[in-house]
Design a binder for this molecule. Structure first.
Ligand SMILES: NC(=O)c1ccc[n+]([C@@H]2O[C@H](COP(=O)([O-])OP(=O)(O)OC[C@H]3O[C@@H](n4cnc5c(N)ncnc54)[C@H](O)[C@@H]3O)[C@@H](O)[C@H]2O)c1
Ligand SMILES: [Zn+2]
Length: 258
């Protein structure tokens, strides 16, 4: 990684009134949860365009639960990595005001981030599509054992249960999207970590920040995301974010002593 770029990013963060982090699947790759783009793992078995699609869920919920069962097992094994932990430290140091995430794995909250906008929901719970009765997802998955239909059903009304995540083709929760957009529009800096920025409307938080002249710092090992930001810190989030925090501390000390 270019050390000059690291210093430039640290200077922007130290100078900003509000820095918002925007994260995607890439931040959880080092925790053992595969993203959509890398070969291998869960998503080579379950094409997300099919298994994470709302129309497919409505027509064949059994397919969704086949994938959800394996995804739940992967998420249950995962622990926050140094990237999640650094964002918590940045919040404590008043260097980051909130996290907007596309992830459904709960790892930001598990690490200790207190202000998180989950644009795509959270896999930890599941709800009935008819009466909205909510249960922990492991309880819904527990129902699949030895059951013929292979779809968990609501114990109140017998409706089909769905994990509390937003699928492709499904609307986002308005209040959460609005909160995230407000944070993005008032941010001087957006720290974009581990997202291909291809999923809409989530990716609109980045354009909202840029429209108000906010700077966009991208952390990603893939150069192809670079044009969508002002600066790319190329590398794995679990390595780059701790280095970025150290650079912020170093720059802060220099400016307070000089
Ligand atoms: N952990 C999860 O909750 C999870 C996992 C898979 C997909 N999803 C969801 O599916 C959609 C996919 O869009 P997306 O843009 O988030 O993911 P994506 O798979 O389209 O893109 C992931 C990005 O992360 C980068 N990346 C890979 N390893 C990285 C690392 N170690 N450090 C930093 N960056 C790394 C990749 O180069 C890529 O640019 C989103 O809604 C996403 O949240 C969530
Ligand atoms: Zn119900």
């Amino acid at each position: 990684m270019d050390l000059g770029e690291l210093e430039r990013a640290a200077a922007w963060i130290n100078r900003a009134n509000s820095v918002v982090a925007f994260t995607g699947a890439g931040i959880s790759v080092e925790s053992g949860i595969p993203d959509f783009r890398s070969p291998g793992g869960l998503w080579s078995k379950f094409n997300p365009d099919v298994y994470c699609d709302f129309q497919t869920f409505k027509a064949k919920p059994k397919l969704f639960w086949e994938m959800a069962r394996e995804m739940q097992a992967t998420i249950a094994r995962a622990q926050p990595n140094p990237a999640h932990i650094t964002l918590v430290e940045m919040e404590k140091q008043n260097l980051v005001s909130c996290v907007i995430t596309q992830n459904i794995d709960n790892l930001h909250q598990q690490a200790g981030s207190t202000s998180v906008f989950e644009l795509h929901g959270n896999a930890a719970t599941s709800s009935c599509i008819m009466c909205h009765e909510q249960v922990p997802t492991p309880e819904a998955i527990g129902q699949l054992q030895g059951q013929d239909s292979k779809v968990p059903k609501c114990k109140i009304c017998d409706g089909v249960m769905k994990m509390d995540v937003i699928l492709f083709g499904e609307a986002l929760t308005n209040s959460i999207l609005e909160g995230a957009m407000t944070a993005a529009m008032t941010a001087d800096v957006m720290l974009v970590v581990g997202t291909s920025l291809t999923v809409s409307p989530a990716n609109e938080v980045v354009s909202a920040c840029r429209r108000r002249n906010g700077k966009v710092i991208i952390v990603d090992p893939d150069h192809s995301v670079k044009p969508q930001g002002d600066l790319l810190l190329c590398g794995q989030a679990g390595v780059v974010l701790p280095q970025l925090l150290q650079a912020c501390f170093a720059k802060r000390n220099v400016s307070t002593t000089s």
